[in-house]
Write a new protein. Structure first.
Lengths: 208, 208
DNA sequence: GGGTCAAGCTGACATTTGTCACCCGGAGCC
DNA sequence: GGCTCCGGGTGACAAATGTCAGCTTGACCC
């Protein structure tokens, strides 16, 4: 479909769930002489399909999307050994996603709080083989390591669904007291006053 | 500063907290021959200042911004009897804001989920004196009217700060039982399983 | 005037949630 | 081997949360 790449033209697939933002970014990137947006996607599944079809140089993706998240997509692509490199664009509040993004082998991570110029330059650098991480986050990744044990994470995930201790106990084959205990330590670690607050802050930091 | 308006050119101030989105929208709007972005703002206060300085035809603003929200700004502008008309761009999830937006006298309300073309056409229609509301919301506004009493709303707002029943009782001069009771009825109305869930859904629908 | 309805308010009671002291097993010292 | 630490697990107890029946007051409608 698309002509063979002329020197340095970056072929991009863009995934972002808000149509207006997606459209704006796509048009803007297309204005750059060295960038072509070959497809756009509104969720993770569309993104995977578009990458499979177009084999772009870079997948530029948001994290929070309906269904499969941007991180899921990154992991999938990394696992398949695709040549496509992944550049994450996301919101500051969810900074804890960074560690997981790194584990998923993404090539770059920029914030929507940064000027658009940063997006374009990050795109070029990622295409050139560099790794790019928003400077505000490079440090944050270290001083806020995930303190939760796997079990605690699991319990907190149940809490986000609105489950009671009894529900969780049944679902995970635990005594109710145990459930309470884990949540209690999780609350202590997160400085939360109750289960819901704990689940929220854990989610906000990308630890779930 | 700006030259006198030639026929039909729309002078716009754009307020949106995410720099990248703000930049993208601004550039895109400026590409339209009949639109000029005279200033941009990253929060409500900057937006008010920009409107005061530039007296634009339209203020295009997000709702959720640090400090003063887009609705606060709209109210302020409406109260001052400014000629500037307000067009809200926001996220679908917070559909309940619509009613409050209407009360604040906004001229239009579009969703970030809609294609960008809608944004431009809404802008033109608002400038022409029409009122524009995203079709998905025109109906939603009616079938999901806020069921909360003022007191319940107040209590839920306290819950979002992480306050316990005892805390709230003291702060509002109520018996603890009363606090529990209000929250209980609020939970019933919202179909929530506990205080936090109730507070979250209420906030998500823009009822706080 | 009486009747009814909604909102504000309350205490007694039942349930859920959070805290604590403790047991077990494996990993890593020394 | 003995020691300590950490993650997983447990039940008894205390505190917070949720439910219910019921009391006022004011608005609205005969």
């Amino acid at each position: 479909m698309t002509p063979p790449q002329v020197g340095g033209v970056i072929r991009v697939v863009l995934a972002e769930d808000q149509a207006m933002v997606r459209g704006a970014f796509a048009q803007l990137l297309d204005l750059q002489p060295d960038v072509t947006v070959v497809a756009t996607a509104g969720d993770g599944d569309e993104a995977l399909a578009a990458v499979a079809e177009h084999r772009p140089d870079v997948l530029l993706t948001d994290i929070e999307m309906p269904g499969r998240t941007g991180l899921d997509v990154a992991q999938e692509i990394g696992g398949r050994g695709d040549a496509t490199r992944v550049l994450i664009i996301t919101t500051f509040a969810r900074s804890g996603y960074l560690r997981r993004a790194m584990d998923a082998g993404v090539a770059g991570y920029v914030l929507k709080d940064a000027p658009i110029a940063d997006l374009v330059s990050a795109l070029r650098r990622v295409h050139a083989g560099e790794r790019v991480v928003a400077p505000e986050l490079a440090m944050a990744a270290w001083d806020s390591a995930d303190p939760l044990t796997p079990r605690e994470r699991e319990l907190l995930r149940e809490v986000t669904t609105g489950a009671s201790n009894a529900d969780i106990a049944v679902r995970l084959n635990l005594a109710e007291g145990t459930v309470r205990n884990y949540l209690s330590t999780a609350m202590a670690k997160l400085g939360a006053r109750n289960r819901s607050e704990a689940a929220n802050t854990a989610r906000d930091r990308g630890w779930l």
